[in-house]
Write a protein that binds this ligand. Sequence first.
Ligand code: G3P
Length: 228
Amino acid sequence: MKFFLDTADLNEIEEAASWGALAGVTTNPSLYAKIGGKLGDFHDHMKKICEIVGPDCPVSAESVAMTRDEIVADGLKLAEIAPNIVVKVPTMVEGLAATKELAKHEVPVNMTLCFSVPQALLAARAGARYISPFIGRFDDISDDGLAQVANIIDAINNYDFTDCTCKGEKVEIIAASIRSANHVTQCALMGADIATVPFGVLKKMVQHPLTDRGLESFMKDWEKVQNA
Ligand code: G3P
C-alpha cells in the first residue's frame, strides 16, 4: 500500500515527506480553502507541492469546472504545472466525458467523489488512472464506508482496465476520506492500492502505546547501564 497525504498544507507535506513513506499528495477545493488559499495563487501553490514531493510523487489538483469542455481545458492547464500533476475530476457524466478526453491527451485523472461500484466501473472504463472511493462520508451518514470500499476494490480487481488508462497503467484505488488509523489497516487488508490520509491520521499511524512503553523502559535501563 502506498500513502498519499490528503492536504494542501505545505508544512504538513514537507514534514510527511521527510518521514520517507510519502508517495503522493491529494488536494481538493475544501483543503485549499482550509489553508486560506486564494484563487490567483492556486497554480503556484500546486507547483510548490509538486516541487516538495518530487517528480515521482503524483499530486492531485482538482478541476472545479462543471462541463466536459471546461474540465478538459482546466485539466490541460493544470497538467502544464508539472509532470506529476494528476487532474482530479468528480464522478459525474461531464466528468466521465472529460476523463476520456484527458486520457487521450495522456493526462492522468483521479476520479473523485466515488461512492459506488457502478461509478467506479464507469470511471475505470472512461480512462481514470486513479479512483477515489470515500469512506468517512459514508460513516457520516451511518453507512459502512469500509464495506463500500471493499466492494469497489473487488469489482475493479475483477477486470483489466489497462487498455483504458492513458498510458496503459493499472487503475489504482485511492481509499479516501480516511478518518482513523484503523481505516488504513482495514483498507490494507482489503488490498487498496493507496490510502490518502490527513496529517493527523498519518501521525496516529506511527504511534502505539506499547512502543511508547517499550521505549520508556529501554531508556530507563540504559540510564542504569550508564551509571553502572
Ligand atoms: O480527498 C478527498 C477526501 O479524502 C476528503 O475527505 O474527510 O473531507 O471526507 P473528507
